[in-house]
Design a protein around this ligand. Structure first.
Ligand code: 5GP
Ligand code: MG
Length: 178
């Protein structure tokens, strides 16, 4: 098995790059079919979504904008409750169709907070595109419109996602080994 160490933990390769990119091809085709002509604004949530945002946007074939926003929300291997505010969104988003580009939906708390913040600014429609979704961890009533990959409720790193700051540069996704 392909295993690596990051800080104090061991991780095993669970999703190779090729499989990640195939899943993004599929999601991009859905978005291209659904959103052509709607002039959407993609809002990527930093830091975790930077690789997904880059590979997704290369596959979008209609005129659109992308903006990057930041929220600090996660420490170690468990989700915390202190999700911060959205920073970096300077556009007028009134009446726009928004596609949130996220790395992973776990409990759904982060997405719920972001949706509330965007709704208060008068957007026309909000859609969620996530690289990863852990259906068994979901605690909020959330409609996730575009999911590249569904995964079990285990901690993962790579392809933009970190363990205490490390591992974001890995091109494949790894799952923690207990
Ligand atoms: P939620 O608010 O849905 O519980 O958690 C969302 C955030 O927690 C994600 O944007 C991500 O930053 C972090 N997160 C959730 N699960 C994982 C995971 O398995 N690995 C990593 N690296 N981050 C995760
Ligand atoms: Mg995130």
């Amino acid at each position: 098995m392909d295993t690596i160490s990051i800080l104090d933990r061991k991780f095993a390769k669970s999703i190779p790059e090729k499989e990640i990119l195939n899943s993004i091809d599929r999601v991009a085709s859905q978005i291209n079919a659904d959103l052509k002509g709607t002039n959407p604004l993609f809002i990527a949530i930093l830091n975790g979504s930077f690789m997904f945002a880059a590979d997704l946007m290369k596959r979008i074939d209609f005129p659109c904008e992308i903006s990057f926003v930041k929220l600090a929300s996660y420490h170690g291997t468990t989700s915390t409750n202190n999700v911060l505010e959205l920073i970096g969104l300077n556009q007028n988003i009134n009446e726009r169709t928004i596609v949130i580009v996220e790395d992973i939906v776990d409990s759904g708390l982060t997405m719920t907070r972001i949706i509330d913040l965007l709704k208060s600014r008068g957007v026309a429609k909000i859609l969620i595109a996530t690289l990863l979704f852990k259906p068994d961890a979901l605690k909020f009533n959330l409609n996730v419109n575009y999911v590249a990959m569904r995964i079990p409720n285990d901690f993962i790193v790579g392809y933009g996602l970190d363990y205490n700051g490390y591992g974001r540069n890995l091109k494949d996704i790894y799952t923690v080994v207990e």
